[in-house]
Design a protein around this ligand. Structure first.
Ligand SMILES: Nc1nc2c(c(=O)[nH]1)N[C@@H](CN(C=O)c1ccc(C(=O)N[C@@H](CCC(=O)O)C(=O)O)cc1)CN2
Ligand SMILES: [Mg+2]
Length: 285
């Protein structure tokens, strides 16, 4: 039986740490503030944005929410971001993704000040991650690293396989694992004989967006299996990219969905926003 890695528990620990530090910052007159921009009315995005606001309240941050109509123009969105860039009471800015098709996501992310880019999606921060000189890490990969640490998974010299090559998860995930001295392979839809590549992994991270895609034959006995997926199964039930029931008996440790990586995403956002407040107040160079 695999050890279950509990994302709810670890995310609560991260948020408690952030809340304690925020209390100290407030004594110096510094209040971290997060602005979240939601364009359109995608129901899942609405839930995530609501949860981000709730997390801000939990850790003692100021939070502002901007709900823009689905047909907002690119110029309107860019000017909102520019006005938030200029405000000293806003430490972090986040644009909830995905954006409606008529908006240019790259141009939108580009305009966020790198000092307030708490998602770490802005090209300056992406580059800094590449060279290992960063303040902000993208929330989901950072959350995965925190979960691996909580489960005492040793990465040094180990084989790690990441399935998925998105800019938001797969690519930065591979970098973070490499910074911890793992030997990393990135797989994707064109990878030949995917199960046999995955079977070499001591640490397997699934971020492909296909329900229950990773089955027991992808998993080396005793491996750490991290499921970044969020899908609906044939009955409409939330499930990950990993077929939990078949993989759990083979893995050494495993994250569930829900309750694994998901809650970490928001906890790490709180950590990044705290970091942004410290940077803007000259506490970190
Ligand atoms: N600007 C961003 N957009 C998006 C991000 C992001 O990090 N920044 N990530 C995802 C959505 N997301 C946060 O925004 C997110 C997704 C899932 C969860 C979560 O807690 N999931 C729960 C299950 C929730 C449910 O029941 O539906 C879990 O896995 O336990 C948090 C945040 C895309 N967009
Ligand atoms: Mg989860």
């Amino acid at each position: 039986m695999a050890k279950l890695i509990n994302g709810k528990e670890v995310s609560a620990q991260v948020k408690a740490r952030v809340a304690a530090e925020t209390e100290e910052l407030k004594k110096k007159g510094i209040v971290p503030g997060l602005a979240v921009i939601l364009v359109g009315d995608d129901p899942a995005s609405q839930v995530y944005v609501r949860n981000k606001k709730r997390a801000c309240e939990e850790v003692g941050f100021l939070s502002e929410e901007y709900r823009l109509a689905a047909d907002v123009t690119q110029d309107e969105l860019l000017s909102l971001i520019e006005s938030l860039n200029a405000r000293s009471d806003i430490s972090g800015i986040l644009v909830q993704l995905p954006l409606p098709k008529h908006l240019d996501e790259k141009a939108v992310l580009n305009v966020i000040s790198p000092l307030k880019d708490v998602d770490a999606f802005q090209p300056v921060n992406v580059g800094r991650i590449m060279i290992g000189d960063y303040h902000f890490l993208p929330c989901t990969p950072a959350g995965v690293m925190e979960l691996l640490k909580s489960a005492d998974v040793d990465l040094c010299g180990k084989r790690a396989v990441v399935i998925g090559r998105s800019n938001i998860v797969g690519k930065p995930m591979a970098m973070l694992l490499m910074h911890e001295n793992a030997t990393v392979t990135i797989c994707h839809s064109r990878t030949k004989d995917l199960p046999s590549v995955c079977r070499e992994a001591d640490v397997l991270v699934a971020a492909i967006g296909k329900a229950k895609f990773v089955t027991a034959d992808f998993v080396k006995p005793g491996a750490a299996v991290i499921d970044v997926g969020m899908n609906r199964d044939e009955n409409g039930k939330l499930c990950g990219d990993v077929d939990f029931d078949s993989v759990e008996p083979v893995a050494g440790c495993i994250t569930p969905v829900p309750g694994g990586v998901g809650p970490m995403t928001i906890a790490m956002l709180m950590q990044n926003t705290l970091m942004a407040a410290k940077i803007q107040n000259g506490m970190i160079k």
